[in-house]
Design a protein around this ligand. Structure first.
Ligand code: 56B
Length: 369
C-alpha cells in the first residue's frame, strides 16, 4: 500500500514538476517577450515623437492632396467645362516653360511690418476675401487698403476681442465704404467667428495659429479648416465631396509672399498648395483657351447670369481651373525640367485677369471666393 502510495505520490510529483517547469519557462519567456515588447514599444514611441512633425506632415499632405485628387475627379467627369490639353501645351511652349514673375503685392496695397500683426492682418483680410462683384465699384484692393489704414491708425483694430464686436456699419466705416457691403451680415459673422476662435484656441493671435503648423502649409490649411468653419470651402458633386479650400490656401500664399518665404512665411511644403479657385482665374483660363465652356454655360457667364452655388457648373468651373493648372505644372516639369509652384502660376493668371475689367467672369454668391 505504502509503496503504491509512494509510487502515486512520485507520479503526482512528476506530474506536478512538469507543468511547474513549464510554467517557469513560460514565465521567463513571457518576461523576455514583455521586455522585447517594452523595448520595441519605447523605440517606436521615441521614433514617433522624433518624427511626429514628419508623420503629421505626411498625413496632412495626404489630406491636402484631396484638393488635387477630388478636383481631378471632377475634371474627368465634367459635363459643362472641358480642359483643352493642346491649348495647355501651346501656352507652355509659347513661354518656353517660363511663367512671368509677378511680385506679391505688385499693387502696393497691403500692410506689412514683418511681424505678428501682419499675420493678423492677412488672416482677417482672407476671412473677408470673397465675392466683391455684386458691387461693381468694389474690389479686393478696397479691403486690403481699408484694413491696412485701420491698422496704421489703431494697432489694436484687428485684435481678437475687437473682431467679435464689429457691426456691419462699423466694418463699412473702417473700409471707408459709403454703402452696405455685399454679404455684409456674413462678413460680420465671419469676423466674429475669427475673433472668437483665435481667442479660444490661439491666445487671440493668428501668429500662434501659424506657429502651430510647424512650417507646413498643408498642416496650416488643415488647422484653419478644422477651427474656422467659414474657411471650409468644399462642395458636393455627383455624390462626392470636393475640396477647394480657396481662402485657407490663399492665406498660406499671402504669408509666403509677404514674408518672402521666411519667418511666418516659411513652409517646407509650399508646393502642396494649389491655385485659388475664385471667379477671376477660370475667366483667364477660358480666355487662354485652356478651359472650354458648354454653349449654355458660355451664355450664362457672358450674360452675367447668376450661377447657383453648388451646381455642377459652378463646381466644374472651379475644379477644372485647379486641375488645368496642375496639368500645366506637370507639363513644364516634363518638357523643361522646371518646378513651378501653383502659387506662382496663380499670381500670374490673377494679376493678368484683374487688369482686364471687361473680362466676363462667372457670378456666384459665395462666402468661399
Ligand atoms: N486666385 C486668386 N484670387 C484672388 C487673389 C486675390 C488677391 N491676392 C493678393 C495677393 C497678392 C497679390 O498682390 C494680391 O493682392 C484676390 N482674389 C480673388 O479675386 C476675386 C476678386 O477680384 P476683384 O473683384 O477684381 O477684386 C475674389 O474672388 C478674390 O477672393 C489671388 O491672388 N489669386
Amino acid at each position: 500500500m505504502n509503496i503504491l502510495r509512494i509510487g502515486k505520490w512520485v507520479k503526482r510529483r512528476k506530474h506536478w514538476s512538469v507543468p511547474c517547469a513549464c510554467r517557469a519557462t513560460r514565465a521567463r519567456k513571457t518576461q523576455r517577450r514583455h521586455q522585447r515588447y517594452k523595448l520595441s514599444y519605447w523605440l517606436t514611441l521615441i521614433k514617433r515623437v522624433h518624427h511626429k512633425g514628419q508623420f503629421e506632415r505626411e498625413r496632412e499632405r495626404g489630406e491636402m492632396d484631396e484638393v488635387r485628387s477630388t478636383t481631378a475627379w471632377v475634371a474627368t467627369h465634367s459635363s459643362h467645362v472641358k480642359i483643352d490639353s493642346l491649348e495647355i501645351e501651346k501656352v507652355v511652349h509659347s513661354m518656353q516653360g517660363n511663367i512671368p514673375v509677378v511680385e506679391w503685392d505688385f499693387e502696393k496695397i497691403h500692410y506689412f511690418d514683418n511681424g505678428p500683426l501682419t499675420v493678423q492682418y492677412m488672416f482677417v483680410l482672407d476671412a473677408l476675401n470673397f465675392c466683391f462683384w455684386p458691387d461693381k465699384d468694389l474690389n479686393y484692393d478696397h479691403f486690403a487698403m481699408g484694413l491696412k489704414e485701420a491698422l496704421e491708425n489703431d494697432k489694436s483694430a484687428l485684435d481678437a476681442d475687437r473682431l467679435q464686436t464689429y457691426t456691419g456699419p462699423e466694418l463699412r466705416k473702417m473700409l471707408k465704404w459709403p454703402r452696405p457691403l455685399p454679404s455684409e451680415e456674413e462678413r460680420v459673422r465671419l469676423l466674429h467667428e475669427v475673433g472668437q476662435e483665435l481667442e479660444r484656441s490661439f491666445g487671440g493671435e493668428a501668429a500662434n495659429l501659424v506657429k502651430s503648423s510647424g512650417n507646413s502649409a498643408a498642416t496650416l490649411v488643415k488647422l484653419i479648416a478644422r477651427h474656422f468653419p467659414g474657411f471650409r470651402d468644399h462642395a458636393l458633386y455627383k455624390g462626392r465631396q470636393i475640396f477647394l479650400y480657396k481662402r485657407a490656401q490663399i492665406f498660406v500664399a499671402d504669408l509666403w509672399g509677404a514674408f518672402k518665404g521666411n519667418g511666418f512665411g516659411n513652409f517646407d511644403d509650399v508646393n502642396s498648395i494649389t491655385i485659388f479657385a475664385d471667379y477671376i482665374v477660370p475667366a483667364v483660363l477660358r480666355q487662354l483657351g485652356v478651359l472650354k465652356y458648354s454653349s449654355a454655360l458660355c451664355k450664362m457667364v457672358d450674360s452675367d447670369m447668376e450661377i447657383v452655388p453648388g451646381t455642377e457648373e459652378e463646381v466644374e468651373l472651379r475644379a477644372c481651373s485647379i486641375h488645368a493648372v496642375e496639368k500645366m505644372r506637370e507639363l513644364i516639369k516634363k518638357k523643361f525640367g522646371k518646378q513651378v509652384l501653383s502659387i506662382e502660376i496663380d499670381l500670374w493668371l490673377w494679376s493678368y485677369g484683374v487688369r482686364i475689367p471687361t473680362l466676363p467672369h462667372h457670378r456666384t454668391l459665395s462666402i468661399y471666393y
